[in-house]
Design a protein around this ligand. Structure first.
Ligand SMILES: NC(=O)c1ccc[n+]([C@@H]2O[C@H](COP(=O)([O-])OP(=O)(O)OC[C@H]3O[C@@H](n4cnc5c(N)ncnc54)[C@H](O)[C@@H]3O)[C@@H](O)[C@H]2O)c1
Length: 386
């Protein structure tokens, strides 16, 4: 890294009791390229201040409101280099717009916005600002996902014929939102979550993983969405068939009422010669099955992996990496892209030069399009094109 100092991060969300904010903080700082210096960690000024204390930042930089943070930080000579967005979905667009309009790059958690109309506004704002915008589709940061992606790109499986991606969780099997469970409460409220329940929360991850690894695009979907838990306003279960840009067919299913499952994200891709299987709960292995050869298990951090996979290995083979490191891979790539941008090294004429491995605004638009198309397909009870 040519830059002498660490990049300064200002976080929005991630206050006391939050799920993903603490993960972002640890992951962003893991490689010594980034440090947390400011934040509007909560909608409550008091809780934001408390969070600032806990994170040992300058008390003056624990703000009551994200607009206040952006306004104050842009005037400082040592102000933040980017904003990390880890709030409920309905705030992703306003916070990103406020940052971009102030000339500050953005790293946002998914989904990019709460709905499709919003993401088009965001896409236009990112293009206009010409600033780095990264999106933490976490699973793109796993080493063996990079390996699977490289294998598909190199045609090792032959022409892809069938795909299957499942993302099953069980934590919303009961109406825990009614008892005020923090994460469930806003996720089941259309005003703060957006119109896609499980489909928006975890379906977008499954969809991204499928397109990211296969290198193909989904061109049509036939989805059934259900609210299994009585009284729930948003879907908590989805079954869908998909058609891919090369003619392959497949299935995408997600559920938050699959009792007993924790975070069972599983991807399978079948080509003419063989297939791959990756499971998030066993992330350091990639199963490769061949038509005419015995099955293989490929392990993380081994000598036979592709350059793309090796590039993100941190620990030796047999020393497992996981969720935090996957996030850190995305932050590390974002930091490098941001420094290149600061140094004026972004490609002339291109407004967004993030590396292809790092999800950005295009992934954000695809995800929201997927959610919108799935909802429309469910309404029409049939196939819809993208
Ligand atoms: N990439 C992943 O794997 C992953 C995993 C979990 C969550 N997420 C995404 O991260 C986001 C947050 O999810 P979560 O589960 O951490 O939610 P959470 O409810 O645990 O945390 C949200 C935080 O935002 C804060 N907040 C709310 N309004 C605010 C405001 N106006 N200003 C500042 N802070 C405010 C809350 O106080 C809380 O600290 C969601 O968009 C979710 O989809 C992504």
């Amino acid at each position: 890294m040519a830059e002498e100092r660490k990049l300064r991060m200002g976080m929005v969300g991630g206050g006391p009791g939050a799920f993903i904010g603490p993960i972002h903080r640890i992951a962003a700082e893991l490689d010594g390229k980034i440090e947390l210096v400011a934040g509007a960690f909560s909608q409550s000024a008091e809780r934001s201040r408390e969070a600032g204390e806990r994170f040992h930042i300058d008390p003056a930089r624990a703000y009551a409101d994200y607009r206040q943070m952006i306004e104050a930080e842009r005037k400082l000579t040592d102000g933040i280099d980017f904003v990390a967005i880890v709030t409920p979905n309905h705030l992703h667009l306003p916070v990103a717009l406020a940052a971009l309009e102030a000339g500050i790059p953005v790293m946002s958690d998914k989904p990019a916005t709460a709905n499709y109309e919003e993401v088009l506004k965001l896409e236009a704002a990112v293009a206009k600002a010409g600033l780095p915008y990264g999106l933490t589709h976490t699973y793109a940061g796993y080493q063996m996902v990079r390996e699977a992606r490289a294998m598909c790109a190199e045609g090792k499986l032959g022409k892809i014929r069938k795909v299957a991606v499942e993302y099953f969780q069980g934590w919303l099997s009961r109406p825990i939102e009614a008892s005020g469970q923090k994460q469930a409460e806003w996720r089941t409220d259309p005003a703060r979550n957006g119109p896609g329940g499980a489909i928006g929360d975890i379906g977008t991850h499954a969809f991204h993983l499928l397109e990211y690894v296969s290198g193909l695009e989904v061109t049509a979907i036939n989805a059934t969405l259900r609210s299994v838990v009585p009284g729930r306003k948003l879907d908590d279960d989805c079954n869908a068939f998909v058609r891919m840009s090369n003619g392959a067919g497949g299935m995408l299913a997600c559920s938050q009422v699959a009792a007993g499952e924790m975070n069972e994200l599983r991807l399978r891709i079948y080509g003419e010669e063989g297939s791959i299987e990756w499971r998030q709960q066993d992330p350091n292995r990639l199963t490769v099955k061949w038509l005419d050869k015995p099955e293989e298990i490929h392990h993380a951090a081994t000598s036979y992996l592709s350059g793309d996979a090796k590039a993100v290995a941190r620990t030796p083979a047999g020393h497992p990496e996981g969720y935090l490191e996957a996030f850190a891979v995305l932050y590390s790539e974002f930091a490098d892209a941001l420094i290149a941008w600061k140094e004026g090294k972004w490609e002339q004429g291109r407004r967004n030069s993030l590396p292809a491995t790092l999800p950005g605004i295009r992934a954000g638009v695809r995800g929201m399009r997927f959610m919108e198309r799935a909802i429309e397909s469910n309404r029409r009870e049939g196939w819809v094109e993208f």
